[in-house]
Ligand binder design. Sequence first.
Ligand code: ATP
Length: 208
Amino acid sequence: MSEAIIVAHEVSVELGGNPVLAGVSLTASRGEVVALVGPNGSGKSTLLRCLAGLQPVTGGHVTVLGAEPVDEAAFWRQVALMGDEPAWYPGLTGREHLELMAAVHGESRMTADEALELFGLDGRADASPLNLSTGQRQRLHLAATLIRPSRVLLLDEPERGLDAAFRTRLGVLVEEYAAEGGTVVMATHDPELAGRGRRMSPTGQLTS
Ligand SMILES: Nc1ncnc2c1ncn2[C@@H]1O[C@H](COP(=O)(O)OP(=O)(O)OP(=O)(O)O)[C@@H](O)[C@H]1O
């Protein structure tokens, strides 16, 4: 039996007095990809935020890497979260953002130039992220998330803005991350991407 890296046990969350998650359980092991699927508003992002220690639970419990997730530096050194678009640094190019991530985290999984090539950004490496297209900015965000070492990858709709070819490549990258021993939980509306992992729904209903 593989090592359980993420355990959510009967997690409940209320937001604004409304139940958003009602007794959701999830386990993700080392080397596993779990895809959170379900309609808009079903609680995928909320569950991811619980796993990231950003959303307190009203019932149940969560452990990540054997401890309760906490919004602290030691936790984020092991856990990479890709959610909403980050605030890009004014005056830094795309390449410089990647160099910054690689330098700060150390032992990066690839160089900035390798990441630029892998994410199809080599032609726009010296542009400000703000001057990239929506899909190019999403690729840069993914590159910045995947260049750094981590043991857990939490992705919230990573396919947003990506063209079909790159969505397929993203699926391969996620599988490779897991094959290297990482654990991935990703919320997605893309059926092909969801098919890369074990599908589960925060409502417990899998429609297809
Ligand atoms: N701050 C908040 N206060 C009250 N309700 C909230 C808040 N944030 C989210 N919700 C509600 O919680 C529910 C779950 O939202 P969540 O963003 O987790 O869904 P989701 O499955 O990720 O949706 P989507 O597919 O649209 O991204 C929704 O009904 C949403 O309206």
